[in-house]
Design a protein around this ligand. Structure first.
Ligand code: SF4
Length: 554
């Protein structure tokens, strides 16, 4: 079969990294003998707008990402001249004829509208089979197929086996049956039906195949956005699926579903597979920079130590960054991680209050986190902290504990990010609000409010959250801490400059907004859209209580 795979554009930020989703599907489909052409439209759109001469039309990504307007346009005979014009420019950027199947990898809500526009146009002109996959599709596949008839199939969960089975059936001109293809959403007698997902099968996950993507272009994009001739090609690589913890506020819908079918909470790739594939990717694409995809690199201290040893023993000579839990990491393991190329760990600390850590079921104490940060910093690793502010029933004494934590460990913390608490619809809290003492009072695509039972009503809760954010910002500024938001930017500066102080000096000079009290969405905008008017206010007030698309209903 001849297959075309697209990574559709988002809007608010651009990842200067080749997309993992289409590279993974490309890999398995090519192994099965199919012809696959993959295209990163986010990169193409960014390059078009970035290098655009005055007389060239811009690709209006804001318009293209407006779901309600795109929906109207598609469901009402394309009567939107402005949008039609943008879609026409986009269509000129792609090759789409003479393929049997066209697939779109949709990781977030914002990629959905452009994918729909293109799928509709391609269907109209070529009558190819259209297929949607990716994280966002997994959670909304039924509604997508019900609403948009030009989407033929959707994939749920880990989709590499599903896509192969689907293509095999289509090749034989048979009708795909959800009862025999796990992870498939399709139409049957005009009804949309869904099969069971399959448990994660990380042992057989194909190594991403980036061949055919314009890899040099990612370096150019990275240099342009980060304002330095870094010339790094960073490749994403999956280490594990799932998480050893079960924090009550965390929403990982697909993973939770899969976890029900697993005896263990996390599925780790075998170490020999990791080492073999990293070596091959590094050699094939002439890069030693990796962003590891996992909820945490340290599912246990012993596995992490073996992981570092395997990289060191094989002399991979790579540099990498990943998420980590600030617990279960001995100083010896952290030293080994540094030796294996770890330069940045992104820790989900959330709060310095042990009371709240317990409520959140984070599974570690503030003292434990403190020990890990110290050892990590001693090992030479850049420590980034993520903090949640505005958690249900968070008190003054809790935020003061976080401020004290920051002051006590300022030398060991290199960057921080404040995340106003979001009530995630796939979290345990959302299903059990009364157990955490809250009452959900409003939720829609972009808003999620709650009252604390026996505590603050939303209006006062929001005010308290804003006060707490202000309190934290004062503490960051007192300790000269920058706000990390683009991990790849931090990673690049941490490996380009010989020492942390130099990297921080360069970040302060070149990206000064990282050191101002902006919400991370504003900082992102400033990195990815320099000089462009911001489509939202730059104040924290706007972002507290905003669900950021977590309540999206297609
Ligand atoms: S917040 Fe992090 S550590 Fe907790 S369950 Fe979610 S991914 Fe795991």
């Amino acid at each position: 079969m001849k297959i075309k795979l697209f990574h559709p554009p988002g809007y608010q930020r651009f990842h200067p990294l080749p997309p993992l989703g289409i590279a993974t599907l490309t890999s398995i489909l090519r192994q099965e003998g199919h012809f696959v052409d993959q295209q990163d439209l986010e990169l193409a759109c960014w390059a078009h707008n970035w290098h655009r001469e005055n007389d060239t039309e811009e690709i209006d990504l804001k318009l293209l990402n407006d779901y309600d307007r795109v929906s109207e346009y598609l469901l009402r005979n394309h009567e939107d001249v402005e949008l039609e014009k943008v879609v026409n420019i986009l269509v000129q950027k792609i090759t789409y004829k003479n393929f049997d199947l066209t697939g779109f990898s949709i990781m977030g809500f914002r990629q959905l509208p452009p994918a729909l526009c293109l799928a509709s146009r391609i269907k109209e002109e070529t009558d190819t089979i259209t297929l949607f996959g990716g994280d966002f599709t997994s959670s909304s596949c039924m509604r997508i197929l019900e609403k948009f008839k030009f989407v033929d199939y959707a994939l749920i969960g880990e989709s590499w086996h599903t896509v192969c089975q689907l293509v095999e059936v289509l090749e034989k001109s048979q009708i795909p049956d959800e009862r025999i293809i796990p992870g498939l959403c399709c139409r049957k007698n005009d009804e949309v039906v869904l099969s069971d997902t399959r448990p994660p099968q990380i042992n057989t996950m194909p190594e991403p195949d980036y061949e055919g993507l314009p890899l040099e272009e990612y370096k150019n994009q990275l240099n342009a956005l980060y304002k330095q001739e870094f010339d790094f090609l960073i490749l994403q690589y999956v280490i594990s699926h799932g998480c050893v913890k079960d924090c009550v506020f965390c929403g990982r819908p697909a993973l939770r579903k899969w976890q029900l079918k697993l005896s263990q909470r996390i599925a780790l790739k075998p170490l020999d597979k990791i080492v073999r594939e990293l070596e091959r990717l590094s050699r094939r694409h002439k890069t030693n920079c990796f962003c590891f995809v996992c909820t945490e690199i340290n599912s246990s201290d012993s596995w992490t130590r073996r992981f570092a040893d395997a990289i060191i023993d094989e002399k991979l000579d790579i540099l990498w960054h990943a998420y980590a839990i600030p617990a279960d990491l001995s100083s010896g393991t952290l030293e080994k991680l540094y030796d294996s190329g770890c330069r940045l760990l992104r820790f989900g600390l959330e709060t310095g209050s042990s009371r709240l850590l317990k409520e959140m079921r984070k599974g570690f104490t503030a003292d434990e986190a403190e020990r890990v940060l110290r050892s990590s910093s001693n090992a030479g690793i850049w420590n980034h902290l993520n903090l949640i502010v505005g958690y249900p029933h968070e008190r003054n004494s809790d935020i003061e504990k976080t401020v004290e934590f920051i002051q006590r460990n300022a030398e060991e913390i290199d960057s921080v990010r404040i995340n106003p608490y979001i009530l995630h619809r796939d979290s345990w809290i959302y299903s059990n609000p009364e157990k955490l003492g809250i009452k959900v009072v409003a939720k829609d695509r972009d808003l999620a409010f709650f009252d604390e039972i026996g505590g603050l009503k939303w209006r006062d809760k929001k005010k308290q959250t804003l006060d707490f954010i202000e309190r934290l910002i004062q503490s960051f500024q007192k300790n000269d801490l920058g706000f990390g938001t683009s991990y790849d930017l931090i990673f690049c500066s941490s490996i380009y400059f010989p020492c942390k102080d130099e990297a921080k000096g360069w970040l302060r000079k070149t990206h000064p907004y990282l050191f101002r009290s902006y919400p991370f969405q504003v900082i992102r905008w400033k990195i990815y859209h320099p000089g462009e008017e911001m489509p939202f206010p730059s104040t924290w007030d706007y972002f507290v209580g905003r669900a950021l698309g977590y309540f999206v209903e297609v």
